[in-house]
Design a protein around this ligand. Structure first.
Ligand code: S3P
Length: 208
């Protein structure tokens, strides 16, 4: 009698199924600064054996300067144009796991491109978690304000109705990264199996 597949085999075959079902499509992570897009994206890409691309790092490489300097020298509209171009280029090189900057998905043109060439996954995080994480890095130009917590609150209010259009939503919270990655894998697997059913944030993940 053949031996039953071990949980590790089952998980590896599910990861391989996802990579196969993607074809040339990428997985694009969207969401607020500090939601964990790069941290989770890197781990997710390793699980799926796909390249990991960080749009912010690609923008910096293309411009030959830091994001803070691009904002300071050229202004935010210039940064946003460059961001849209870079993401369009990254999407043409799929499949990959792509972490985008928090404002990228706000641009309709970019959302359209992502819809055509990728599966989008919103890493949704609460304001307190975001604040705790963004405090570790002082280089985010949008948070150089008198009251960063109020700025984060305003950005969440403006952006969540748009992030909600992502294909999938996973609640990014203070649990081990691998748990969030597992939930991403689970959601991607279900979505790519063809139901394409949209997850509602109310049905997301377990409690923290
Ligand atoms: C931004 C988020 C940043 C970076 C830029 C603007 C935003 O990326 O693109 O500072 O508008 O939320 P992260 O979300 O990776 O921090």
């Amino acid at each position: 009698m053949p031996e039953a597949a071990s949980p590790a085999d089952a998980s590896a075959s599910r990861d391989a199924e996802i990579a196969a079902a993607l074809g040339t499509r990428s997985i694009v992570l969207v969401g607020m600064m500090g939601a964990g897009k790069s941290t989770i994206g890197r781990r997710l890409s390793a699980r799926l054996r796909l390249p990991f691309l960080d749009a912010d790092a690609e923008i910096e490489a293309a411009a030959g300067m830091s994001i803070a300097d691009i904002f300071e020298v050229h202004g935010e509209p210039h940064f946003r144009d460059g961001e849209a171009r870079v993401i369009a280029r990254l999407l043409d090189g799929g499949p990959a796991v792509i972490a985008t900057g928090g404002g990228a998905f706000m641009r309709e043109e970019t959302r359209g491109r992502i819809r055509g060439k990728a599966v989008s996954l919103w890493l949704k995080a609460d304001a307190d978690i975001i604040m705790k994480r963004v405090k570790r890095r002082a280089d985010r130009p949008l948070l150089q304000t008198a009251d960063p917590a109020a700025t984060v609150g305003r950005l969440i209010e403006e952006r969540e109705p748009v992030y909600r259009h992502a294909d999938l939503t996973i609640w990014s919270r203070d649990v081990p990264h691998e748990k969030i990655v597992d939930e991403c894998i689970e959601a991607l697997h279900g979505w790519l199996r063809g139901d394409g059913e949209k997850q509602s944030p109310d049905r997301m993940g377990a409690t923290p």
